[in-house]
Ligand binder design. Structure first.
Ligand code: ATP
Ligand code: MG
Length: 331
């Protein structure tokens, strides 16, 4: 069983990324052949600074390693180092429906938020994402709820490709965590916690110091009631219930039971304490990993080499069945 997922190097990673994606990446190392990449090529689809991008890749890589990715037990690399992704992106564009890309929620949301240029890259983002996963013939893609639509699109792309050119690619399954698949912004609990579109006070960063984490959680927007339970008109409390359940590894119902009658103040304090403790090991491990950039480069290069071997093999098959390039003997 092969697992693949990518994470953006934009900005700092937050609690939503951690619960929705990163913990699944770490667990994936025990479940199958796990392949993860820092998707620098996706990050250039919105306004960015070239010098910051390189730094952000190191920040994100060090965060993931501190969280428990082990380069001996997974393939961990930088997307831009493996050129097969971009080539496959173009080849797959021939079996991607324009109308499907046009329906993507992420494009609608992110294009609306751009101040000047809405890049064609932002529109094409899901095709590159499909190439990322399909290049490895991965069976499973661990992501947060917001990426479900993109995984469905890549399944369609794989199936259309296979129908058109013969069985070549694998249509992957989405894997979304049971609890915490969509962590909401603490200040605007109707929006997802986000790297690029969130509020500073409503976003708990993995590397925030304990006081900031606790303060952000204690000042989370809640309703005027008193009951700790999930409900459509209690978005703030529902979010905190989910966060605590995910951090404790229990069900939201259990959290509701535990805090029955306890009031919002005590509940928020308990969530704050639990999240601080949950993130502490990552924060502590981060500094030493981040300070050694040549070691990070070495690890990423080593990962890219392993990744390239798999992706190049897929590309060769794709080019052959598509009639691109000279006739080659089947390997
Ligand atoms: P942006 O908002 O700029 O897209 P992001 O916060 O979504 O950034 P990504 O790198 O795009 O960060 O996402 C990495 C992974 O984290 C993806 O699998 C995504 O589904 C997951 N994820 C992102 N936000 C949340 C969230 N609020 N709750 C749970 N999972 C999330
Ligand atoms: Mg995202």
């Amino acid at each position: 069983m092969r697992i693949f997922s990518g994470i953006q190097p934009t900005g700092r990673k937050h609690l939503g990324n951690y619960i929705g994606a990163i913990t699944q990446y770490v667990a994936g190392q025990d479940r199958g052949e796990a392949i993860y990449c820092v998707v620098d090529l996706h990050a250039i689809t919105v306004a960015y600074e070239p010098a910051d991008l390189r730094e952000s890749v190191y920040d994100t890589a060090a965060t993931l390693l501190a969280a428990g990715l082990d380069p001996d037990r997974c393939i961990f690399f930088r997307q831009g180092d493996v050129h097969e992704h971009t080539e496959l992106c173009w080849l797959l564009s021939s079996v991607t429906a324009f109308g499907d890309l046009n329906r993507m929620t992420q494009f609608k949301e992110k294009s609306g938020a751009q101040r000047d240029l809405v890049s064609a890259g932002l529109f094409f983002y899901p095709v590159l994402q499909a190439a990322d996963v399909l290049a490895y013939r991965a069976h499973e893609v661990p992501v947060g709820e917001d990426q479900r639509q993109h995984v469905e699109l890549m399944r369609d792309v794989a199936e259309r490709f296979n129908a058109r050119f013969g069985e070549t690619l694998v249509a992957p399954q989405v894997r979304v965590p049971e609890v915490g698949a969509r962590i909401m912004d603490l200040q605007f609990p109707e929006r997802k916690m986000s790297t690029t579109g969130g509020s500073e006070q409503g976003t708990v960063y993995v590397l925030d110091d304990p006081d900031s984490v606790a303060k952000k959680i204690r000042s989370a927007v809640t309703d005027s009631g008193t009951e700790v339970r999930r409900a459509p008109d209690k978005a703030g409390i529902s979010n905190l219930v989910d966060i605590l359940a995910a951090v404790r590894g229990t069900r939201p119902e259990e959290v509701e039971r535990d805090f029955d009658g306890s009031g919002y103040g005590a509940f928020k304090q308990a969530v704050a304490d639990a999240v601080v403790e949950y993130l502490a090991p990552v924060r502590e491990g981060y500094e030493s990993l981040r300070s050694d950039e040549s070691e990070l480069e070495r690890l990423l290069a080593q990962g890219a080499e392993k990744a390239r071997a798999i992706a190049a093999d897929t590309l060769e098959g794709v080019r052959r069945v598509m009639g691109v390039g000279p006739v080659r003997e089947r390997r």
